[in-house]
Write a protein that binds this ligand. Structure first.
Ligand code: TGC
Ligand code: FAD
Length: 391
């Protein structure tokens, strides 16, 4: 029901945005309404990523919104980046995943940790969507604890030899390249650009997901892959390098989750005014009003938190722990709203006629990836006490 999209703005947050922010947001919103919403349910039911939307995603700034224009990015600020993610995820979390991975997990490390040659070779093509990338950090035995990874590479003189496996990798099945995190012979983590077609590199798809069905997920298998030395990202190493990319992606997810929550709220609000039971709209009952009132309150709180985080990021002052708080809060908020909104639609809520159940199932991945709900709580705990619960 794309024609029904509204934009809850209970505290007039639009007043905090510039005209450029609003233009960027409204352009993304119109594109999602026209190109994503009408087809996404069908693609989710078929468990397929809609590849035809890639050029449009690039046009609205969905690939590298804050990457400088000299590398093909949109050169926008952090609020614009967030607003684009919000609108994309209003359509579907899986589409936002593709955008997040491309922007913050592939373009960002090449921009920040790569050489000028690597930037010029990859970033413009990633910005247009001619190349699609993926990010390999998680392994079968190392999810929340990526520092324990066993994927490794050896210096063979004129090339590196890469061995290991990554799991749960968004975009992997059709990506042209992967930014892969692996340990050298001294156990230090480095990023390597691995390209499709390199011998010994395969990307089997992960099937039977009940969540993020319109996003392709897969493994990355490295069986004695010869990686050219010029494919190593030289300017940062250690676990802080991949975690630095996650900061940027988690920030985008904090905005994206608001988009999913807005769509669930809008849908439930409209339904509550139209659905008559016991001779009155269900929206006239106290119980359903309680749900709606709590939803709009939580959305408004999340909007304020996230806008402020965007300002701090624009000023270069946002900490990783502040980003963790927003990612954790907003995704949990969106998941709670999706669950409540689904109930408000009764039986209709379980069908693909409405977007809510798809959002609800998608958000089960969003609450898990990029650091689980528990991990982000422990990051906040570590930040306020100074004690790490991970050690
Ligand atoms: P710890 O000792 O705390 O830190 C190791 C080094 O990293 C630095 N650091 C950070 N740097 C930048 N940004 C951050 N957010 C950072 N957090 C930590 C830290 O200062 C230290 O630096 P140095 O120089 O002292 O070495 O590391 P730990 O092993 O105790 O682990 C900490 C923990 C648990 C917080 C971390 O490992 C973690 O965040 N785990 C969660 C894993 C995760 O988020 N995986 C995501 C995989 S990618 C993904 O899910 C993509 S889904 C995409 C989509 O489809 O949208
Ligand atoms: P585990 O780490 O095994 O966690 C299991 C449970 O234990 C969780 O509830 C967790 O919170 C809890 N737990 C773990 N450690 C602690 C602790 N110290 N204290 C208390 N509780 C703890 N990864 C990538 O690298 N690239 C991608 O593109 C990517 N895309 C993904 C797409 C999807 C659809 C999904 C589902 C995942 C994706 N991931 C990706 C992986 C994702 O980041 C991991 O699933 C996530 O980090 C959690 O790891 P895990 O699944 O191994 O769970």
């Amino acid at each position: 029901r794309p024609d029904l999209f509204q934009a809850p703005d209970y505290y007039h947050l639009d007043d905090l945005l510039t005209d450029e922010h609003k233009l960027i947001r409204d352009t993304a919103r119109a594109w999602v309404k026209k190109e994503v919403s009408p087809i996404i349910e069908d693609f989710a039911q078929r468990a397929e990523f809609p590849k035809q939307i890639i050029p449009g995603l690039a046009e609205i700034g969905g690939f590298g919104p804050y990457i400088p224009t000299e590398y093909g990015g949109a050169g926008l600020d952090q609020i614009s980046y967030g607003l684009i993610m919000q609108e994309i995820e209003r359509g579907d979390s899986g589409v936002r995943s593709t955008s997040s991975v491309q922007s913050s997990l592939v373009m960002y490390p090449i921009w920040k940790y790569g050489t000028e040659e690597q930037r010029m070779k990859y970033l413009p093509k990633l910005a247009t969507g001619e190349y699609i990338g993926c990010f390999g950090l998680t392994e079968p035995d190392h999810g929340s604890n990526p520092g324990g990874m066993i994927t490794n590479f050896k210096d063979m003189g004129d090339h590196y030899l890469l061995n290991g496996a990554k799991m749960w990798i968004s975009n992997a099945p059709f990506a042209h390249l992967a930014v892969v995190w692996a340990k050298n012979e001294e156990g230090r983590i480095h990023g390597l650009i691995v390209e499709r077609g390199m011998e010994g590199f395969s990307t089997p798809e992960t099937h039977n997901k009940w969540s993020l069905r319109a996003s392709a997920t897969g493994e990355l298998i490295f069986d004695n892959v010869k990686v050219p030395k010029e494919n190593l990202l030289p300017n940062k190493s250690g676990l802080g390098a991949p975690l630095g990319c996650l900061d940027s992606a988690r920030y985008g997810i904090a905005w994206g989750a608001i988009g999913a929550a807005m769509d669930c709220y809008d849908t439930a609000l409209r339904y509550s005014k139209e659905r008559i039971q016991f001779d009155k709209p269900i929206g006239a009952t106290q119980l359903q009003q309680k749900k709606l009132a709590e939803m709009i309150t939580e959305i408004t709180k999340a909007q304020l938190l996230t806008w402020r985080l965007g300002v701090l990021r624009n000023e270069g002052r946002a900490t990783s722990a502040q980003i963790s708080m927003a990612k954790r809060n907003n995704v949990a908020m969106a998941l709670d709203i999706a669950r409540e909104a689904r109930q408000m639609l009764g039986g209709m809520g379980i069908t693909g006629e409405y977007s809510i159940m798809r959002h609800m199932m998608n958000l089960e991945s969003v609450v898990t990836y990029e650091g689980t709900h528990d991990i982000h709580l422990l990051i906040t705990g570590m930040d306020v006490t100074g004690f790490s619960a991970f050690k």
